[in-house]
Design a protein. Structure first.
Lengths: 167, 100
């Protein structure tokens, strides 16, 4: 039952990704991307990471997609002009198939190993996912956390400076 | 039974599709959305492996990937607005100011 559900969501995710790369109108691509984000959020819930699913929906499907759609509507973009159609599609298809083949080869041939921790699905349910994330974030990963906050500050200032009138 | 390989296969397919989109599309915003698709497939791999190996490190990395993606969204879309103001287009073929 769970496997059927997984395949259903996977098919929807891949079909939405196909919409993102094939739709002529950028707004349709954006809607396909939102659909993909929701499918990935469902995957995160299935992987016992509910906080990540919530963050995925709030940050990606909420904030970033609103920003993208806002810019699409601000620039009033129509459908893409098809007149300058070059032969790059064939080479791009070959390159992306090569990427897919490489990754699938490693997935099929490799075995997942590594340092196994003690955070099972039972721990996530009893302690709480947010608490586990917070504990890891503020003890072991405190310096990257601070660097990420400085990065976001720099990005805010940079975005304001770049989008000003007299640049 | 769903294994970690199922999730990694879906992530690989999404990543390859994002690569194709980045290489073929002309519209800079659509290229940007394809980059977001690739980042999300990497996030799926991180969380699948984190759940499989039963530790939190992968999920903390996903938070950092999301922070970088948000910063990239802000700066990238501001760049597109600035470019559109100069050229009246966000077609990547028109971005050739630094070409000799």
């Amino acid at each position: 039952m769970e496997l059927i559900f997984f395949y259903l969501i996977a098919i929807v995710a891949v079909a939405s990704g196909f919409l993102v790369i094939r739709c002529q109108s950028p707004v349709n691509s954006a809607l396909g991307l939102v659909n993909t984000f929701f499918c990935l959020a469902i995957f995160y819930v299935m992987l016992h990471a509910p906080f990540m699913a919530a963050i995925q929906i709030m940050v990606y499907a909420g904030a970033i997609m609103v920003l993208i759609i806002f810019v699409i509507m601000l620039l009033n973009l129509g459908t893409e002009a098809r007149k300058r159609y070059t032969t790059g599609v064939v080479w791009s298809a070959i390159a992306s198939l090569l990427v897919l083949f490489n990754v699938m080869y490693f997935i099929k041939r490799g075995r997942v190993t590594g340092a196994e921790g003690d955070i099972t699905s039972y721990t996530v349910e009893s302690v709480g996912h947010v608490e586990l994330i917070g504990k890891a974030l503020f003890t072991e990963y405190l310096l990257p956390f601070e660097i990420a906050s400085i990065l976001l500050l720099v990005a805010i200032v940079g975005a304001v400076v770049l989008a000003k009138k007299e640049v | 039974m769903i294994t970690v390989y199922h999730y990694m296969t879906v992530a690989a397919i999404l990543f390859a599709m994002g690569t194709y989109g980045v290489l073929t599309r002309r519209n800079a915003i659509v290229i940007f959305m394809c980059i977001e698709l690739m980042l999300n497939s990497v996030n799926l791999t991180f969380i699948a492996l984190s759940s499989h190996l039963q530790n939190m490190d992968g999920q903390v990395f996903v938070l950092f990937v999301m922070a970088v993606a948000a910063a990239e969204a802000g700066v990238g879309l501001a760049l597109m607005i600035a470019f559109y103001r100069n050229r009246d287009s966000i077609d990547v073929d028109d971005i050739n100011l630094m070409k000799l």
